[in-house]
Ligand binder design. Structure first.
Ligand code: FES
Length: 106
C-alpha cells in the first residue's frame, strides 16, 4: 500500500509499505523523523503516535483498549484520530492512507 506521511514542517513523504506489517514499520524503515518507535512495536512506548486525518478514521478504526489507555497516559486525554502507528496493520484497504507525524511525542 502507498502511505503518505505528513511531516510537521509541511513536507510529505510518500512511501510504499512493501512487506512492512504496520504503519510504524514503514516510517522506521525510511528513517522518518518524529517517530522513534522506541519499543519496536511492543505497545509500550507511545512514541509511534500519529494523527489520522478525519477522512481516514473510519477505515483505520479506533485504538484498541490497551492502545487507547497508552494514548491517554501519554497525553492525559484521547484526542480523536490519535493512534499508535505500530498498531495500524497495513492492508490494501489502506492504500493511499495519509497520517500526520507529531512534533511532540509523549
Ligand atoms: Fe512503542 Fe508503538 S512503537 S508503542
Amino acid at each position: 500500500a502507498r502511505i503518505t506521511f505528513l511531516l510537521p514542517d509541511g513536507t510529505r513523504q510518500v512511501l510504499d509499505s512493501g512487506d512492512d506489517p504496520t504503519v510504524m514499520h514503514v516510517a522506521v524503515r525510511a528513517n522518518l523523523p518524529f517517530l522513534p518507535a522506541d519499543c519496536g512495536g511492543q505497545l509500550a512506548c507511545a512514541s509511534c503516535m500519529v494523527e489520522v486525518p478525519e477522512a481516514w478514521r473510519g477505515r483505520v478504526g479506533d485504538p484498541g483498549l490497551d492502545e487507547g489507555d497508552m494514548i491517554e497516559d501519554a497525553l492525559g486525554t484521547r484526542p480523536a484520530g490519535r493512534r499508535l502507528s505500530c498498531q495500524i496493520a497495513v492492508t490494501e484497504a489502506l492504500d493511499g492512507l495519509e497520517v500526520v507525524l507529531l512534533d511532540r511525542q509523549g
